[in-house]
Design a protein around this ligand. Sequence first.
Ligand SMILES: Nc1ncnc2c1ncn2[C@@H]1O[C@H](COP(=O)(O)OP(=O)(O)OP(=O)(O)O)[C@@H](O)[C@H]1O
Length: 697
Amino acid sequence: MANQVRSIHAEGQARVHVGNSYYGSSDFLPTADDAAFDSHAEEHNTRCHRDTRTELLRQIREWADAPHGKTIFWLNGMAGTGKSTISRTVAKSFANDGILGASFFFKRGEGDRGKANLFFPTIASQLVRKIPALEAFVREAINNNPDVARKALRDQFEKLILQPLDRIDHAIAVIVVDALDECDGDNDVKVIISLLSQAKELRPPGLRIFITSRPELPIRLGFKNVTGEYQDLVLHQIPEAIVEQDISAFLRHELARIRDDYNHQALEGIELLPDWPGEHAIRTLAQMAVPLFIFAATVCRFIEDPAWSDPADQLEKVLQYQMKAYDSELGKLDATYLPVLKQIIIGHTNPQKLLAAFRNVVGPIVLLAQPLSVLSLAQLLNFSTKSIYGRLNSLHSVLSIPLRIDSPVRLFHFSFRDFLVDPTKRAAEFWIDETKYHKTLADRCIQLLHQHLMRDICGLQVPGKPRSEIDQRTIDAVLPPETQYACQYWVHHLKEGRSAVQDGGPVHSFLTSHLFYWLEALSLLGRISESISMVDDLLTLLHPTSATEVSALLCDLKRFILKSQSIIDIAPLQIDASALVFSPARSITRGMFKQEERKWITSGPIVQDSWNACRQTLEGHNSSVYSVASSLNSTLIAFRSDNANAPHNKWITRASKNWLWLPTEYRPNCWAVAASRIAIGCRSGRVLIIIFPADNE
Ligand SMILES: Nc1ncnc2c1ncn2[C@@H]1O[C@H](COP(=O)(O)OP(=O)(O)OP(=O)(O)O)[C@@H](O)[C@H]1O
């Protein structure tokens, strides 16, 4: 990070002075991890088998190459029909030909990949890498609006993508956006569609956007609003015969591979016949599958799974679901997943016990907002790693379970979760009660935070130490993945579990004891801005009659965070320094955490009584220092700039380290420093006197 410390040191005895650190923009833009088609998390995901989707892929290519074609191509289709696989294939082929501008694969349950927040910054940062001429204009946008990546989607799109692209001569570039339906927030989805449709205004008009999604209502409405601006294709309306042919080709290839691998290590006499499974079985499986590729893919994993029996037996088990698969689309999901799940209980005398154990482990896994490893799951759920592995052993065809204990367990396909939590299956043996397990996760997250969070968890000591100077390994050591997860998602699970927040309840008690440590941890994770929406969510969960105290605390807390988030974001420990010291005397948050106030301020500023009308001050202006003054004996130094928002006026430093950050209304116009006492004349008319203990105290 380009973090420049420019403190001017007084020679001699000066112990307290006003310094001037400022923080350059470290990362170019915040981005969503693993969203690109070629990211590490996506690398093992399948692309179209070479004998499948040939005509469709040709059409997509033709659209991308057509000089006056529509800007957007929308490929929509039901769950499991193969959209993401097509997206990966076209992204790879565009990348090979040098025309892929950017790709974003939305994925629910994978943190930032399931939200709109970082969609445009991620696309912009990839575009910059692809088209270097854009960099200067994107940087200019960031300099003019340092917070642009956190602004409304429209601002992000216009400033980071549309305007920079409009200022350069660019050749054709394709952006691939997969699974838009997995982006949270119906309104965000509609806004994204509407904004992307504006790309047609670009001169020269070289941008193409390939979007896939399920045909869900908000997306259909979004596209309805931009009728005429896009070309589309409905995957599940492709004639059945063509899809059956594609799925057959895939099955033929995969089952032959499974047979050969099995025969390679099978004892003599039990090998599969060389023509196994035979055309009849392939045709039956393909007919059961149409139009769901996910059926074919899961069946192959199930047949191959050595945990059960040989491939021929496994195939027989699948074929028993023949009639069910022909029933309906829901029946097809049953036929996909029931053979796998039934294995868990077949032949057991006490299936209820096994089912309960299955739900207690698999329920949380499918509901996580971001995948966790077995190690982290064990910590979070308070189970042993052995018992988790025991439950997962039979699920290798539906879950990707890495060998490493600290690598995340992932769903092969989101339709597995859809199947398990389907509310129409309440009575079914494998049904997972979403609300119940979200509640469990919320409780466990809160308990974990209770156990692990503490003040100054990284041992920074110096209150102004910027987050950017803390080694990520230090943060990861004190905040392991499950604690990071709990910090970010306890409110999400509370909300999805529809738990009421009430006075004296677990949330109230957590906030009363651990609020500051939680905010400090969020800051260390670079996620403090998300605390505002979490507080908003908590406010929606208030119990109607018994939440007076916690409601007042949350309203106050929102003001507290809004006022100080810019500095807490930079220096985590300012939460109980500047944020606390400058909050109003009657702030509930301040009152509650009075004991946290830093002892190194003997006498703090006189502050207003209550919150005033100013909710938040946006930081980010720059100006140079133009005058420096020193006391007669040269022990004290003060300096001033044109601009009250200039970074040089923001900190009180001690021994050349930042200690106390000054909110805008306390920024100095003039000041006097004497030993450990500092008097600041503020532009607002306030005079602020702060006394620090002498160094030897
Ligand atoms: N053309 C193909 N060739 C080989 N395998 C395929 C093909 N299409 C799909 N598959 C397999 O089917 C699985 C499901 O497909 P995919 O994830 O692409 O469906 P989807 O339509 O994106 O589903 P969802 O809408 O639920 O995300 C893939 O993981 C892959 O294993």
